[in-house]
Design a binder for this molecule. Sequence first.
Ligand code: HEM
Length: 509
Amino acid sequence: MAILTYFGGVVGALAILLYRLLRIPSNLPKNIPAVPIYISLLGLWSDMGQDEIYDRWLRQPLEKYGAVKIWFAGRWNLLVTRPEYLSDMLKHEDVFAKAGSQKKIPWSVISSLVGDNIINSHGDDWKLYTSVMKPGLQKTNFDSKPILDKSRRFVDILLNTQKDIGANNGFLVNPIIQRFAIAAMGESFLDIDFECLERPNARIEVLQSIIKRTIFKPLYFNFPVLDMYPYIFRSRRRAFAIMKEFEDLLYDLVRNRPRKLLRKEPVKPEDELVVHMMERALDEGIINEQQFRANLKIVFLTAHENTQQLLNSMFWQLGSDQTIQDKLRAEVLATGVTNPTSETLNKLPYLTSLICELLRVYPPVSQLINRVSLEPYVLGGEINIPKGTWVGWNAPGVQSSEAAWGKTARQFIPERWGDKPEEIMAKARRETVKGRYIAFNAYNRKCLGQGYALLEMKMVLFELVRRVKWTVDPQYRLKLTSGGILAPLGCKIRFEELDSSRLNADSVT
Ligand code: HEM
């Protein structure tokens, strides 16, 4: 009898605990629906992609109400997709303050990875990081030569891999894209050649693959409270160790980079990269060691991951639709140029519109819930949000909504952006302000690496279509991973060298 009473007590206590953990707080807005909690947890037992989940359970309520209550990362949040609500939210950073995992779940593995940095901080900390780093992230004169060199080596590796496995077989491109994206980022931001393209399996690059697998494990993603118990969960202990290894290795590689040690003269101001600005701020005591490390890691991560994702989507889209690839190739070959500069690239309308459309249909940062309301606010004059509510956005949702983009919203049509580069970029800016195009976010917390990302994408696409033609094996289908990252990662691609490839060597200056 005593055992039964004890057992009943334990079950009861657990039930109360679970109820308190999972119930929707009563002060959350009543005029928007809640997505059933099991939808957020589907990743635990199903391999459905996030795109499929969105279409089946989120699209309808979000398109009708513009916002929903949703369980994510261990709590109830508000997810917003109506353009008017989005621009209201993003415009008011003073009310909806950035608060990343370092605030939300400071004990977690992800927080140990990213720390307090320029992307997830708010107020004085953000102003401090921005004052140090912005000039290096938003340079108007990025040297395009190292990006071109890395793009060439990237295409060489794709062709050599194809040669090795035989013309009729496809292969996975994501691992090679990752090596390219890290190498290009190192040259443009960190004054270092990580040599990932020259040396497969460089530890810093291998760690990235492990980190990406670790961070998006559905169980810990949905219940980050489990990260508090690494002594129970061995895999979390390993995860913390991996994050530490990455931080220490990156710090060591960058601080002791050969170029820095061999340099006799200080870097000229016009040639300074973000890492030079950060090192100076560290030496002068403007930022401390911890702030330096967190921002170093976030530059490394954000400046390669997003272009890596976009390149994956690009290989998928253009490899499945040869008309688009041919049209782009015709534009590139018509330039007669084999050594493009940023001026050459910025004059190409189809290349520009294609990248805008890739970012619309396949936004690499697809969903973020990393803002918290600092005071009560009526979003769009309609949704009462209490103080302390976590809010976020979903980019594929708004960018594929017919209300925002018309009947063809879900089709890939680069031409929708216009046919002159200035007109295309002006449309991108207009749609951003209206909250319909948020691939780089909007207002004062918009992406500071946008200019660089566009340059890198244009350069590598120019080199690719000029030298190779690629096709996707039709057995593959597109799928979003549970981390929300677009992942046509499993698709195999076949490459064919084109005649125009031969022009390459003659023209290298
Ligand atoms: C295709 C490539 C890229 C995409 C789609 C992208 C997208 C985004 C998005 C959506 C945000 C807002 C994040 C948030 O709300 O928390 C953001 C912020 C940011 N991005 Fe990017 N990004 C890209 C490339 C880059 C690159 C190459 C860098 C260079 C380091 C970079 C640096 C930043 C920084 C520093 C911020 C924070 C800005 C602030 O809050 O002041 N991004 N990016």
